[in-house]
Design a protein around this ligand. Sequence first.
Ligand code: GLA
Length: 381
Amino acid sequence: MQIKAIQEKFKSLFEAEGTFYTSPGRINLIGEHTDYNGGFVLPGAIDKAMYAEIKPNGTDKVRAFALDLGEYAEFGFGENDLPAKSWAKYIYGVCREMIKRGAAIKGFDTVFAGDVPLGAGMSSSAALESCFGYAINNMFKLWFDRFELAKIGQATEHHYVGVKCGIMDQFASCFGKEGSLIRLDCRSLEYQYIPFNPTGYRLVLVNTCVAHELASSAYNKRRQSCENVAAAIKKHHPEVELLRDSDLVMLKEVANEVTPEDYIRAEFVIEEIQRLLDTCAALEKGDYETVGKKMYETHIGLSRKYEVSCEELDFLNNIARECDVTGSRVMGGGFGGCTINLVKDELYDGFIKRATDSYEQKFKMKPKVYDVVIKDGARKL
Ligand code: GLA
């Protein structure tokens, strides 16, 4: 569907045919706000993605059309060419980050569209960065490997969007593999594919459809808290660079040297890193009841300690509990977006009905429901 519409638009705008590339959004089973602390995450790429048709145009400019928004932008690659449109900043940022790394990039035409819901915690922006990173790398025969492409996407967020994100989203979008989650060590970038096929259960996202304002500054503030605590611990334990290197005993030692707010944020992160490891052990045994328990614990931590939940997400989490859903929690950065739910096959219909009906009754809007299908990462079509 998207491909056809993109093709038609590309032809009418540029009177040519380009090459198609795609890169997906992601889910994360557990391990939230651990990536920028050097901890572990457990994401997987999904069947919702960004698609772009793209072709060199022999100039030194990008001519880009965002089909979903019906918006056009044109920009160069210079330091002062930052485009005004927010979606164009991502493409420009990817190009700039490649140029900084020594790549010679030429102008290109592109039309793109996607079905990763925006602001839902499913990483639509990482999908966009990875799609263009992969496409430009392939089209101009550059030398970046997938690790570098993920870092280029992350650096785009840091330098051109203003979100000091970790590496999880871009990594999942670049490295996704059909049917598998990725257990990623965000400090070393060592990773393992973990086949995920929970017989008897389904993974489903319920989207609150609220995207809270100021989410990016609140996100950066959380990261700052973690860095403050890691720096305080380092004074006593020089080997500690990131919260990943610390533990709850070390944290207690600095209780009087950090603010109560920073303390509680760090406590969540240290516990969450351990929770992920416990979850992986449970997954290995096929023990989904423990996996689910850990998901609920993460939700409580994200809501009460890290304070990145919101009324709508807490509401959906409570409904999941009441419906005996095995595991449920807010997914991604938070402040809105989706809950991720691990639910037994036989309870699925009842849960979805109850969640949609009662959410609509309370908040006067319908939540959106997406069954999770785990797919491959960035590629040429
Ligand atoms: C956002 C960021 C990620 C990660 C998650 C929280 O998705 O982009 O790097 O920090 O939030 O786990």
